[in-house]
Design a protein around this ligand. Structure first.
Ligand code: HPA
Length: 266
C-alpha cells in the first residue's frame, strides 16, 4: 500500500472526499475557504514532495464547501525541479488509495492565443506533451499503455462549464502544451506552439494528468493566464510576474471551482 495512505486516512478523521484539487500558483488561498477543515502537512506524508517554488505552501486540506466534501492540495513538485516526471506519482497514487475519484489540476500558464488574455481562466480540453518525458517511463506492467484519447473528462468539463456560466465567470477552453521549464519559451517555440494548435503553454499539469489516468481518476484541468507567450508582447517574462498576475485569474477560477463543488455535481 502507498505509505501515505494510512496517515492520510487518520488525518481525514472520517471525511471521505471524492474530489481533490491540486492548487497551482495564485490559488493557494482557496484552501482557506474550506470549512470544518483538517490540514495535513506534506512533511507528515511519506512520498509527498518537499518542493520549494516560492508561492506554494505544502499541505493537504480536507473539509467542506457548502457542506459538500472536498480535498485540496497546495503545493506540487515540477518536472524541472529534479528532472523527474514521476515526482508526483506517490501523491496521485495516495489520492487513488484513499478513494479520490476526480482530480482537478490547476496551473499558471502563458497564453499563445490572442483571444485569451492575461487574467483569463482556460479550461484544458486536451494537451500536447512537448517535453518528451513521461511519468510512466520505467513502469513495467502493461498498465503503462494508457489511453489518452480523453484525458480531460468530458463529463467533468461540462460540470465546470455549467459552473462558470452559473457564476457568470468567463472561461475559455483550449489546449495546454507542456514545456519542461524552468526557462520560459523562446519566441520561436511560442510560434511553434501556435502552429501545433496550442492555446496556452506551461511547465506542469501534464505529468499529473497522465498519472491520474494511469490510476483511473477522472481529470479536469485549468490554467490561469498570467502573461502572453514570449515574443507576443514586448515585455520580458519573469516568475515575479507569474506570482503577481496569478491571483487575478486565480480569483475567477476559485469562483468556478467553488460553484462546481457547491452544486454537488462533483
Ligand atoms: N510559459 C511557461 N510557463 C508559464 C508561463 C509561460 O509563459 N507563464 C506562467 N507559467
Amino acid at each position: 500500500m502507498n505509505p501515505a495512505v494510512e496517515t492520510l486516512v487518520k488525518g481525514l478523521e472520517g471525511r471521505s472526499p471524492r474530489t481533490a484539487m491540486i492548487l497551482g500558483s495564485g490559488l493557494g488561498d482557496l484552501a482557506d475557504t474550506v470549512q470544518d477543515a483538517v490540514s495535513i502537512p506534506y512533511e507528515d506524508l511519506p512520498g509527498f514532495p518537499a518542493g520549494n517554488v516560492t508561492g506554494h505552501s505544502r499541505r493537504v486540506v480536507a473539509g467542506t464547501i457548502a457542506e459538500k466534501p472536498i480535498m485540496m492540495l497546495s503545493g506540487r513538485v515540477h518536472y524541472y525541479e529534479q528532472g523527474d516526471a514521476a515526482a508526483m506519482r506517490p501523491v496521485i497514487e495516495a489520492l487513488s488509495g484513499i478513494g479520490i475519484e476526480n482530480l482537478v489540476l490547476t496551473n499558471a500558464a502563458g497564453s499563445v492565443d490572442t483571444a485569451i488574455e492575461p487574467g483569463s481562466v482556460m479550461q484544458i480540453t486536451d494537451h500536447i506533451n512537448w517535453s518528451g518525458m513521461n511519468p510512466l517511463m520505467g513502469e513495467e506492467t502493461d498498465a503503462r499503455f494508457v489511453d489518452l484519447s480523453e484525458v480531460y473528462d468530458r463529463e467533468l468539463r461540462s460540470v465546470f462549464r455549467q459552473a462558470a456560466d452559473t457564476a457568470s465567470i468567463p472561461m475559455a477552453e483550449g489546449i495546454y502544451m507542456w514545456f519542461s521549464g524552468p526557462t520560459f519559451e523562446t519566441p520561436a517555440e511560442i510560434r511553434l506552439s501556435q502552429t501545433l494548435g496550442a492555446n496556452a503553454v506551461g511547465m506542469s499539469t501534464v505529468p499529473e494528468a497522465i498519472l491520474a489516468r494511469f490510476y483511473g481518476l477522472r481529470v479536469a484541468g485549468f490554467s490561469v493566464v498570467t502573461n502572453m507567450g514570449a515574443g507576443m508582447h514586448s515585455t520580458t517574462l519573469s516568475h515575479d510576474e507569474t506570482k503577481q498576475m496569478a491571483p487575478i485569474g486565480g480569483e475567477k477560477l476559485a469562483k468556478i471551482l467553488t460553484q462546481a463543488v457547491s452544486s454537488g455535481a462533483l
